[in-house]
Each structure stands twice: as C-alpha cells, then as structure tokens.
Write a protein that binds this ligand. Structure first.
Ligand code: PLP
Length: 442
C-alpha cells in the first residue's frame, strides 16, 4: 500500500528504469509497516511517561505496567539516583570522551570489570556501551574463516546480526539448530566434526526473553565438551534474576564454569544501559582489541559506570527483591492458569499467555483483546507471527519485584472480564498445543 507522495515519486522513478532507495519509505512495508500505516500509537511506539514504574499513565489513565524489564524493581532507586547526582557533579555528562581503545578508558571502568569478573567466576570481563553492540562485536571479533557458529534458532537479533557480521566480514559459517533440541544440536555438531577445519562456537540465550524458557544448559555444556566446541551464553534476562545472588542461568544449572563466554546486559534487571562479557583473560583481551562495535564507538559513560556499580551492590544483595519477583510471577501465572488461560511453561519469571486466533485474523483478535486490556488499565505487549507461530497471539508479561499482590488481583480481574465479555476460546486444539510446545522446545 502507498502511503503518500513519496510512493508516487517511487512509481515515477520506476518508469525511468530504477527504484529510489527511499521508495519503500512511502509504503506500509518493513517491520510493523501495517501498524505504521494505521497510525497506531497504542501497540507500536506508545508514548509513555519517562519514569518507569509498576504503574504508569498512558492516554490519560493509570495502567498497571507489565511490559518493562524492571525485574528487580530497581528503576529509579533513590540510592542509585543519589550516586548519579554525585557522578554528574564530579564527571559531568561527557566523560569519558572516545572509545575505550583511544581516549575512553578509565580506572573506574576497569575496576568495575574486575568486580564483574570476580562475581561471575571468570578471569576477566569487558564492559560494553550497549548490550546489543557488545554481543554483535564479540561474535564478529572471534569467528573467522573456517570457524563455525552453531546458533539456537530462536536466538535474539543481536546474536543473529553478530553471526551475519562474522559471515560477511570474516567468512565464518553459520549452522542453526532447532530451539533447545539437544538431538538436533548433537546431529549438527557431529556433522560439523566430520570434516572440520576450524573452531566451533555454540551460541544460545540463557533465558529466552520472549517466552521465558531456559536453555538446557546442562545438556548443552555436555555436548560442547563432547564435540570440542566453545559455548557463548547471552544471558540478558537471566543476569540478576536467576542463580545465586543473580549470577545467572548457568549458575542456576551449576554449569557456570563450563560456559566459555558469559554475557549480561544492564538494560533489564539492572534497569540501566550497557553490558559485559566475561571469559578468560586472553579471550576478553581479544574481544577488547577486536570488537568493532566497541573499538570504533564511544565507551560506557561515567555516570552509568558509577550508578551501575551501586546497582550491582543492590542486585548482589537483592535476594529479598528476587523473592518478591518470584512471588509476583507465581501468583500471576497460577492466577491466569486458574482462569483457564494457556500460560507457557517457561521457568523464568516472564509470563507468556497464549490466545488462539481460530478463524480470525491476528489484527482482529489483537485489537479486541489487547484493546480490552488497555481500556481497563492493564498494559501488556502483544506478540504475533513471526516471533511466535501463525495462528496464535501471545501476551508477554514481565512480573517484577515492584509489583504488588493487589496489582496481580486487579490484572486477573480484568483478564477474567476479558475472557467472559469477549467470549474467548482458551483451550488449544491439538495442533495449537503442538505449535506452542515447539516454541518451548518440549
Ligand atoms: C537476549 C537479549 N540479548 C541482548 C539484548 C540487547 O541488550 P541491550 O538492550 O542491552 O542492548 C536483548 C535486549 O532486548 C536481549 O533480550
């Protein structure tokens, strides 16, 4: 569909025998193009108040917010803000200037890296300006010609982009295994080892952020060892929430020592920005000197380094917060199951609620259900194909330590009303159930 005169110009260009690079911009193509064409500001790019909290005002009414990764409720923590004020007074907003490689290194960055390495049980750690960039740069820096990346099919976009970069820049090869399917992973590794020339890196998430299921890390580490492969875990959603003191998903399974490179972001349970990888000294140094996204980009600003170190204390000493998060997560999941909703079997706090589309379109069911929740003060994110299989809609909810049992009760009341007023079919057909189980690799 053409949206404006840009598109007319594009047609005119075509008549001249070429297509303008901007031609598509005047159409409803691209990611979320249909929503953009509809002028949607409910589900894509909703305008929210700048202070993330368990309740937020949206379109003139208060909503219980289930869409932000503030797992431990640390967003806007007064002690972190206090440290931020002091850091601003001391360092201003521009510090440090430049990339770590050139003029953006500091003793504060290095000290924080030592703390992260100690805590994750690795020899060294490297701080990234952005989690996404860190993952991409790590993969690009390590995988060269003759090397093979073995990636879980449902890996996050930053792992995929890192793999593409390593392929196109370095000539590394990519193989994909079925989500959390250990038979398939073993088949892939076995086939690779028949005529392998270089190294192999298995790449998975720790907690899958969309659905909340855990990578089967015990089995994956066994296979990595058996087939002489290295293992890289992007634990964006497990870091801070899982394992002892929030050490992450590998610690939860007791296999942190078997993970060759551990990645955590600060954008979720730390409610901030940035990330890190931890590994041996030589691997970490290699990443430091070779990850293009870090060598050629400004380093993590000092205000974040300082506030993150405070947040790190709160996370490490935050068992009470993790307990509250789990309580809220269990109440929400159990309550929704009691109402008849299909809640995914993910073991992380994330609560994924599946609704079958039946003979209706995603837009129809999505607008009715998500619209109902929004009109009744419950803010959730609706996820559809291609993130989940065709024929299903999923509400992804993030329970946090900041939520209260009253928030859960009110949310369950609204879900019950939605179920009854919209006459939703909640029981899955055999085929729908199979599709969901495939998402979870069970
Ligand atoms: C699994 C996973 N990895 C990496 C990232 C990127 O992290 P950041 O937001 O810190 O750039 C995300 C963020 O959504 C994620 O979910």
């Amino acid at each position: 569909m053409l949206l404006d005169q840009e598109a007319e110009k594009a047609s005119a260009d075509k008549a001249d025998g070429f297509t303008d690079v901007f031609a598509k911009c005047g159409t409803d193509g691209g990611y979320f193009g249909k929503m953009r064409a509809m002028g949607d500001d409910d589900y894509t790019r909703p305008t929210l108040p700048p202070n993330p909290d368990r309740k937020m005002e949206f379109k003139g009414r208060e909503h219980i917010m289930w869409s932000i990764n503030n797992y431990l409720g640390l967003a806007n923590h007064p002690e972190v803000i206090e440290v931020g004020h002091r850091a601003l007074d001391e360092f201003g907003v521009s510090s440090p200037m430049g990339s770590r490689m050139m003029s953006g290194n500091s003793a504060y960055h290095q000290e924080f890296e030592r703390e992260l390495a100690d805590f994750t049980g690795k020899e060294a750690a490297f701080l990234f300006n952005y989690g996404y960039m860190g993952v991409q740069g790590t993969i690009q820096s390590l995988l060269g010609k003759d090397d093979i990346m073995v990636m879980d099919k449902l890996s996050h976009a930053c792992i995929v982009d890192g793999a593409f970069l390593a392929q196109s820049m370095n000539g590394a090869q990519l193989r994909v295994f079925k989500h959390n399917n250990m038979d398939n992973l073993e088949q892939v590794l076995k086939r690779i080892n028949r005529d392998r020339k270089g190294g192999v890196l298995i790449m998975t998430e720790g907690v899958y952020g969309m659905t909340g299921d855990l990578a089967t890390l015990k089995e994956i580490t066994d296979l990595a060892r058996k087939y002489d492969a290295r293992l890289y875990i992007d634990d964006a959603h497990g870091w801070g929430t899982m394992g002892s003191q929030g050490r992450g998903t590998a610690d939860h399974f007791g296999v942190q020592d078997e993970v060759d490179i551990y990645f955590g972001t600060f954008a979720k349970s730390f409610a901030s920005i940035g990330g890190f990888s931890a590994s041996t000294k030589s691997v970490t140094e290699w990443i430091t000197y070779n990850a293009r996204t870090q060598v050629f980009a400004k380093s993590l600003p000092m205000v974040y380094v300082q506030t993150l170190r405070k947040t790190f204390d709160l996370v490490k000493n935050g068992d009470d917060r993790r307990d509250r998060m789990w309580k809220i997560s269990n109440s929400l999941k159990n309550g929704l199951r009691d109402l008849g909703f299909y809640v995914g079997p993910g073991e992380a706090p994330i609560c994924s609620v599946f609704v079958p589309l039946g003979e209706h379109s995603m837009e129809h069911v999505g607008a009715r259900t998500a619209g109902f929740l929004r009109q009744n003060g419950v803010f959730v994110t609706a996820i559809a194909y291609p993130v989940i299989p065709l024929g299903l809609l999923m509400f992804r909810m993030i329970p946090t330590a900041a939520h209260t049992e009253e928030d859960v009760a009110e949310t369950l009341r609204v879900f019950r009303e939605m179920r009854d007023k919209l006459g939703l079919r909640l029981t899955m057909t055999e085929d729908e159930d199979k599709k969901i189980r495939k998402v979870y690799g069970v």
